[in-house]
Design a protein around this ligand. Structure first.
Ligand SMILES: [Zn+2]
Length: 288
């Protein structure tokens, strides 16, 4: 049985007349546990409904973050992933089922998220993100969640978002560790300020080589989603300008403040790059 709190009903009544497009009664019921939070309320829920989030990578991180953002009522979610669902994905990529093996992840994600919440708009891009298509895919987006499995994409997202002042949350996982970093250029350091460039080939093992525990991917993806919702609601995230390092074996979480690198080629004082042409010389994707 679904209980709708009187505070929710009174919020709904109070919202009529103040806004041309109040939430439908079914949406108020669906999101009632959000709306009950004073930090969300009816106004916050409407903000979520009007928001656009682009998720890069429908994998171990993108699966939980997409599920939580769709469930929370983010109005438009775009999913970018060129891969197909593989049997080895299902241990951690909770967005997919066994009967979807071999099918395009972006499209299957769109179907599953629509089934979860038909009130929102979902767009699938079964493409590898590139300097040629990133403008179209990221157009008008409020926030990007980067959870791909390769450094090329992470740096491409960073450089495009820095050049266009689009905030993003980038995350990574390996074995029993996770990291989440927030970038809101020009206010914060960027990903490149800390990591500078793609690591040398074979210097960093991939999940396929080193393994990862599924629930850890889920926790890190859920943190990305939680920070995304906080940003959409109040314009801030606790990881902007910081790296959250999560050591799951010892269960120690640390938040490190990062500094801008004045020599950063994309956000430094005299940036070397003003567009994405430097990606033309990169041939290796380099999985992480
Ligand atoms: Zn930078």
């Amino acid at each position: 049985m679904i209980l709708v709190n009187w505070r929710v009903i009174s919020l709904y009544v109070n919202s009529i007349g103040k806004d041309q497009r109040p939430l439908k009664s079914e949406e108020i019921t669906r999101y009632s546990r959000n709306i009950l939070l004073k930090e969300v309320g009816m106004a916050g829920q409407k903000k979520l409904k009007e928001s656009i989030v682009t998720i890069v990578g429908a994998g171990g991180l993108g699966s939980p973050s997409a599920l939580y953002l769709a469930a929370a009522g983010v109005g438009e979610i775009r999913i970018i992933d060129s891969d197909t669902v593989d049997l080895t994905n299902l241990q951690r990529q909770i967005l997919f089922r066994s009967d979807q093996i071999g099918k395009l992840k972006a499209e299957e994600a769109r179907k599953n998220l629509t089934a979860l919440n038909p009130e929102i708009k979902l767009i699938s891009y079964p493409n590898r993100l590139s300097p040629e298509n990133i403008q179209e895919f990221f157009m008008d987006t409020d926030l990007v969640l980067e959870g791909s499995d390769n450094f090329y994409t992470k740096f491409l997202v960073n450089d495009f978002c820095v050049l266009n002042s689009i905030p993003f949350l980038v995350a990574g996982i390996l074995r029993f560790e996770g990291q989440v970093m927030g970038v809101k250029s020009p206010d914060t350091p960027c990903y490149r300020c800390t990591f500078l460039d793609l690591p040398p080939e074979d210097s960093v093992p991939s999940c396929a080589e080193a393994g990862v525990l599924g629930s850890i991917a889920g926790t890190v993806g859920a943190i990305q989603a939680g920070e995304a919702l906080k940003y959409l609601l109040n314009g801030n995230s606790e990881v902007f300008g910081k790296i959250l390092i999560l050591e799951f074996m010892s269960l120690e979480f640390r938040k490190l403040t990062r500094k801008k690198n004045p020599n950063c080629p994309i956000c430094g004082k005299n940036p070397k790059w003003k567009d994405l042409t430097h990606f033309e010389s990169i041939s290796e994707v380099r999985h992480c």
